[in-house]
Design a protein around this ligand. Structure first.
Ligand SMILES: Cc1cc2nc3c(=O)[nH]c(=O)nc-3n(C[C@H](O)[C@H](O)[C@H](O)COP(=O)(O)OP(=O)(O)OC[C@H]3O[C@@H](n4cnc5c(N)ncnc54)[C@H](O)[C@@H]3O)c2cc1C
Length: 559
């Protein structure tokens, strides 16, 4: 699941790993995890939009896998014969299938449900590695093909169309987008369903439901990404935030046997998911896109059985006394999550430019993220980018390859003061990037939410200049995501970061016993992916110690 998908398809380059062949020895090891089933010729084994029973390892016969249907010809994408298996990442977490599959002839297969699939991945390391790699590559293949999943129809470049496209892209969910202004197929569908322009964009979900300009939450529920949380279940750890800190915590907690829930109000990956290329994370000498790195972590957490709910927003941490739950989290949709401990990994959110009419252009022409979705809008044009940290530097390098000219607007005297030298050197070598030091963006002008002029001011002379620019990228730092904790009794510092490790407590313990904080949201943390991952994994030993103490106290009270 990568942000910038390579031009050659994964089907061409990694077909063997995508469709590994299990030998008799492998099949013998798989048998104890599943149930042997027989399917008559023509029987449906998997239906797009419906939760499948699990992976199907073929013993006899052939399974035909098909994609498309609603707006394109339903085409066969592969066939699984003896030794091959049917399934992709959706079956790891028991979410609705993205493709249809049916028995070509009499089929006998071992069907492995999601929970037992996770057991294979953990208990059968080498076999599990081959299966996991195939599941991931198949998802990448579906993302590249863009023929499965929900179909978005609406005017390209509009706020709501971008919002929905971004949501699906950032969550690694295959989908197809059709421009209602130019795509004949999209226009025919709109007529067929008598959709009025004010209801655009619409989403055709794989189960046939049509959503009119839905919220991300409604879309996620419709396609099965988001499920209701059982209010009776008490999680050992409820983690707020699926950025690097939250996902690291989930991987370690779930792999060490704690029942774990991760909530994120937006997408997995947090700020790191916005990075076009992370080059300083240990073990990736050629660099890796933030989304690809975070997708690995997301799949890893699910492999160990962590439950992940996106988009679900935590609004408050409160006391609870049901069973041995000590806390509940109130969610934005009214649901409750009960937990024995809470880990706050809610990171930071981008700062906004102080320009009066900024909101007129946000979501369509002012961007806080530079991915394939945004570059499609401004390819070949002049754009402005403001900021001078590493995140700004990465975005400049990524965007410069796609745009005609990039104006980099920097408030300070030099890039070196705030940016890693490797990025400064790379920016200097880019012929289409002009760096304006000691400048700031002071005005935006356009028509009907479409930006066409940007004014910058020299901070020393006060002189202004206006350029014909339709897109602005803003990377001017971030503030802690802690507003939602108001009323939770958790101590914050003057800048809103969570104070931890007071009075000899564990370094990651907040002022509320049983609530921990990790990553960028924590006062004094180092704002880097590696530091967030380190804290997310470290906190798990503190969770064990805390939970053991709680259990001992409850046992003592029961005697
Ligand atoms: C564009 C960009 C590029 C970067 N590049 C690099 C780099 O190359 N190398 C490097 O080391 N660092 C880089 N960083 C910094 C790095 O990404 C952060 O330090 C790191 O992501 C912090 O991780 P975190 O998990 O603590 O928080 P975040 O990544 O901020 O994640 C927090 C998550 O919590 C969620 N959340 C917030 N509030 C709630 C709530 N109430 N309920 C539910 N969910 C909530 C958010 O949606 C978010 O997904 C970059 C940052 C940016 C913005």
């Amino acid at each position: 699941m990568s942000d910038t998908l390579p031009s050659k398809s994964v089907l061409d380059t990694r077909r063997e790993q995508m469709f590994p062949q299990m030998d008799a020895h492998d099949i013998a090891r798989i048998r104890r995890f599943g149930t042997v089933r027989r399917f008559a010729p023509g029987a449906s084994i998997m239906k797009a939009g419906e939760v499948a029973e699990g992976l199907a390892f073929v013993l006899e016969g052939v399974i035909d896998v098909r994609q498309g249907g609603a707006v394109s010809r339903r085409e066969s994408i592969t066939q699984h014969g003896p030794g091959s298996f049917l399934g992709e990442l959706a079956q790891l977490s028991g979410r609705p299938a993205l493709v249809d599959a049916q028995a070509e002839n009499e089929v006998e297969a071992i069907v492995v449900p999601p929970r037992r699939l996770r057991d294979i991945l953990v208990q059968e390391a080498e076999l599990g590695e081959r299966i996991m790699r195939a599941l991931i590559l198949r998802r990448v293949g579906l993302l590249q093909a863009g023929q499965t999943g929900p179909i978005l129809i609406g005017p390209f470049g509009t706020v709501d169309m971008l919002r929905l496209e971004n949501f699906l892209t950032r969550n690694g969910h295959p989908h197809r987008s059709l421009d209602s202004n130019t795509d004949p197929c999209g226009q025919t569908l709109l007529k067929q369903f008598t959709i009025q322009p004010e209801h655009l964009p619409i989403v055709l979900c794989p189960d046939g439901e049509i959503l009119r300009n839905p919220s991300e939450s409604d879309l996620a529920r419709c396609i099965g990404l988001l499920r209701a949380i059982d209010p009776e279940q008490i999680f050992d750890a409820a983690i707020v935030g699926a950025g690097p800190a939250g996902l690291a915590c989930a991987v370690y907690a779930a792999s060490e046997g704690l029942s774990t829930l991760v909530l994120d109000c937006r997408s997995f990956g947090g700020q790191a998911g916005a990075s076009s290329r992370i080059e300083n994370y240990l073990g990736f000498p050629t660099g890796i896109s933030g989304l690809a790195l975070m997708a690995r972590a997301y799949n890893q957490a699910q492999k160990f059985g962590a439950e992940i709910a996106i988009p679900d927003e935590a609004r408050l941490v409160a006391d609870d006394q049901v069973g041995d739950a000590r806390f509940h989290l109130q969610l934005g949709n009214g649901e409750l999550v009960r937990a024995r401990s809470v880990v706050v990994a809610s990171g930071a959110r981008y700062r906004r430019l102080a320009i009066d009419n900024l909101s007129d252009y946000e979501g369509s022409c002012v961007h806080y993220w530079a991915s394939a979705v945004e570059t499609r809008l401004c390819a070949g044009q002049e754009v402005a980018l403001t900021g001078a940290g590493n995140s700004a530097g990465q975005a400049v390098v990524f965007l410069a390859a796609k745009v005609k000219k990039l104006w980099m607007v920097v408030r300070g005297h030099s890039l070196e003061a705030t940016m890693s030298q490797y990025l400064v050197d790379r920016i200097r070598a880019l012929p289409n990037v002009e760096v304006l030091l000691r400048h700031e963006i002071c005005g935006l002008d356009g028509v009907d939410g479409s930006l066409n002029k940007v004014t910058v001011r020299n901070r020393d002379s006060g002189e202004t200049q206006t350029c014909d620019i339709g897109h602005v990228f803003s990377f001017i730092g971030a503030d802690p995501n802690t507003d939602w904790l108001a009323g939770s009794g958790i101590e914050l510092d003057d800048n809103g970061f969570i104070v931890t490790g007071r009075n000899g407590d564990h370094l990651l313990a907040t002022s509320r016993y049983g609530v921990f904080a990790v990553g960028d949201v924590r006062c004094g943390s180092v704002k880097r992916v590696a530091a967030a991952v380190g804290e997310g994994s470290t906190v798990v030993s503190a969770l064990h110690a805390y939970l053991a103490k709680q259990r001992a106290m409850l046992a003592e009270a029961a005697e």
